[in-house]
Design a protein around this ligand. Structure first.
Ligand code: GDP
Length: 534
């Protein structure tokens, strides 16, 4: 990824202080708890625990489904903004459940960095690995938080080794834990030579911080029992010998991750991590786009939609398009060009999500995430600019891995069903294919749970009872090529052909073997498992 570190001129201060990032983790590693503490230190809430309570209220309001609550997963990503010291943080929430990974992937196109949370007892888990790979595709800088050090965890060198081996990234300790599990006392801040002590009596207090003059400072012995101190000295000496030192450039290039050890539930290590995000960055980055890349300090406003969330407020049938601003200083009421339709659009009710409240915002800067309520004009991948015909690249749409046919159990509601399905397709919640032959639709998703979510949403939001049924197809590929070749192919494969909600041609099949065969026999045609949105 292009970045600022390569001697580009300094960004305007309001942009330079923005930090836009996501948290990636395997379910249960502690992402929710960490988010809660971020908001606590960001002054967005008074007391930890409130987010969860507030979060629940927010969810019932916005995430509308009992089913979701029962399963304890959050279907939709949202963004939260708050100040921390001199910095302005935009934390984009990613759904943790693997069934919603496509949403997560797209969310990661909107951020400049990721915080990877791992459980100190479990190390790198499957979902961490998957999400990490996505970050790697974009060379996103990654900060690592090794959580739950108050519990029995693995040996610190083992954890670091595992990350280096499994994720092929260099790891540098930003802090070193003192004791593990019941003996966990705190950490030695390796970047600032400070001792951070954990307060076990109050989970919401900030750790005590003691300035230390290196590891021989006699002050250490006042706070750390001799055997633990000896181990700390040995460990840190070995770590400094064996592990790479922190390098901002390597971090920004995505080849080195600093790791903090802490306990989110005890508020320990969280502030140090936040300071790390502030201090090391990155600032809002240059965004890849066609026909040219966009730099954050350009005076003209530009941004792209990375997520659309429908029916956040059941009382208003609105949809909110989440836009990552890529350049400029946005002001409420601005007229921007909706590049896909080439039409002007007055952005009169932009919202920002400050903690769990949705508030009208008067202004926003490159790096920020704003929500734009609309009636369906804004789709994932859409660009908004001050007139230039830009297209932000790299926002993927994946071929669904599961296909089912859908029909309404109320035959009078067929037409409405089409409309509902098209809206979900535009939202990116599912792929909807209209077969060339016959009536009805085939819906494709990445994870099975999405069928249930869709069925309850169609019923709740549109009042249409539906049934999903197994489809004769199992795979879908977008197919492109010279029109005559494509037409000939479509003619002989009518029963396999369909169009998606954009009108693009799709080949449906039951057998992976079919795909291989077409690829072999039709050198002029291209089958693709992904397509860029828009
Ligand atoms: P998520 O699924 O990644 O969002 O994880 P949660 O934040 O919901 O945490 C999963 C479980 O781990 C919850 O029961 C938390 O209370 C617990 N947990 C989170 N952080 C810590 C920690 O630092 N220490 C301990 N012992 N438990 C924690």
């Amino acid at each position: 990824m292009l970045d600022r570190a390569h001697n580009l001129p300094a960004l305007p201060p309001e942009i330079a202080r923005r930090r836009t990032f996501a948290i990636i983790s395997h379910p249960d590693a502690g992402k929710t708890t960490l988010t809660e503490k971020f908001l606590l230190y960001g002054g967005a809430i008074q007391m930890a625990g409130q987010v969860r309570a507030k979060g629940e209220a927010r969810r019932t309001r916005s995430d509308f489904m009992q089913m979701e609550k029962d399963r304890g997963i959050s279907v939709s990503a949202s963004a939260m903004s708050f100040e921390f010291g001199d910095y302005w943080f935009n934390l984009v929430d990613t759904p943790g459940h693997s069934d919603f990974s496509e949403d997560t992937y797209r969310t990661l196109t909107a951020v400049d960095a990721a915080v990877m949370v791992i459980d100190g007892a479990k190390g790198v888990e499957s979902q961490t690995q998957k999400l990490f790979e996505v970050c790697r595709l974009r060379d996103l800088p990654i900060l690592t938080f090794c959580n739950k050090m108050d519990r029995e965890s693995r040996d610190v060198f083992d954890i670091i080794d595992e990350i280096q081996e499994n994720l092929a990234i260099d790891v540098t300790p930003a802090s070193w834990p003192i004791g593990i599990g019941r003996d966990f006392l705190g950490a030695y801040d390796m970047l600032h030579d400070r001792l951070e002590l954990m307060d076990r009596t109050d989970r919401n207090t900030v750790a005590e911080s003691i300035k230390i003059e290196g590891l021989d400072d006699p002050k250490l012995a006042e706070h750390i029992p001799a055997p633990l101190l000896e181990k700390l000295r040995e460990d840190v000496e070995m770590a400094r010998e064996l592990l790479p030192p922190f390098s901002r450039q390597d971090f920004l290039d995505g080849s080195l991750t600093p790791i903090w050890f802490g306990s989110a539930i005890n508020s320990f290590g969280v502030q140090e991590l936040m300071k790390g995000i502030g201090e090391f960055g990155p600032e809002p980055q240059v965004r890849p786009a066609e026909p040219r890349a966009v730099s954050a300090d350009e005076t003209k406003v530009s941004g792209f939609v990375f997520k659309v969330q429908a029916n956040m407020d059941p009382k208003h049938r609105d949809r909110v398009a989440f836009v990552r601003l890529c350049s400029g200083h946005f002001k409420r009421g601005m007229k921007l060009t909706h590049v896909r339709s080439k039409k002007p659009m007055a952005i009169s009710n932009p919202v920002m999500f400050l903690a769990s409240d949705r508030e009208l915002t008067e202004e926003a800067w490159a790096g920020d995430i704003i929500g734009i309520p609309n009636h369906g004009q804004l789709r994932i991948g859409d660009a908004l600019t001050e007139g230039e015909m830009l297209r932000f690249s790299g926002i993927p749409s994946f071929a669904p891995e599961l296909l089912q046919s859908v029909r309404s159990t109320d035959p009078m509601k067929g037409k409405h069903l089409e409309k509902a399905l098209m809206q979900f397709a535009e939202e990116g919640a599912a792929k909807v294919f209209k077969p060339m032959i016959g009536s009805g639709f085939i819906v494709g998703v990445v994870g099975a749970l999405q069928f249930e979510v869709l069925a309850s949403r169609i019923e709740l939001e549109y009042g249409i009872p539906v049934r999903f049924e197994p489809s004769q197809f199992t795979s879908a590929r977008w197919i492109t090529g010279p029109q005559d070749k494509l037409n000939a192919f479509m003619n002989v494969n009518k029963s396999h052909m369909a169009t998606d909600h954009d009108g693009d041609t799709v080949y449906l099949t039951r057998l992976k073997w079919d795909i291989d065969r077409v690829e072999r026999d039709q050198p002029d045609l291209t089958l693709s498992a992904t397509k860029e949105m828009l």
